[in-house]
Unconditional design. Sequence first.
Length: 192
Amino acid sequence: MKPALLFLGCSLVLAACGQEGEPEETEITAETLAMDAEPSMSADEGARAEIRDAQGNSLGVVELQGTDFGVLLAGNLTGLTPGEHGFHIHETGACEPPTFESAGSHFAPAGRQHGFHNPDGPHAGDLRNLVVSGDGSTIVDAADSLVTLRDGANALLDGDGSALVVHPNPDDYRTQPSGNSGSPIACGVIEG
């Protein structure tokens, strides 16, 4: 079991009973988990990616923060079509428009297959779909426990870097190689 999931399971079990063994109503949020987890974050563990569309327009910036439990991603994007969009970390730090093929395939140093619903998956770079509102904006709030920023075989800031890529369609979390999410429509090189 992954450390973050083990921690979450233990926190939920401990929060379920009061002093008398009576169930308590306890709201567990991402904020309370983050406070409980106290991951070590140092200033040198941050990175960022400016996401640009095929015409070179900036859609916003995603900040990446290394923690003891992987990498947190946070930011705001605008200028996307409403609905769900596949969102992945790709293996190469290059974003040449208009196709962004220079970013390569999904980041998968362990050789696993694509998809959270695939028994042989997921790729280390698989992320949950972005959900874009009617005004074309979305908040990026994600975590990836299978990557690091700088250390080890799963480091995003390795010799050839990596990139964040937005796709036009939702990822089905199963179909190879990218969840049937379509060709990239936006890309940002992860820089540390």
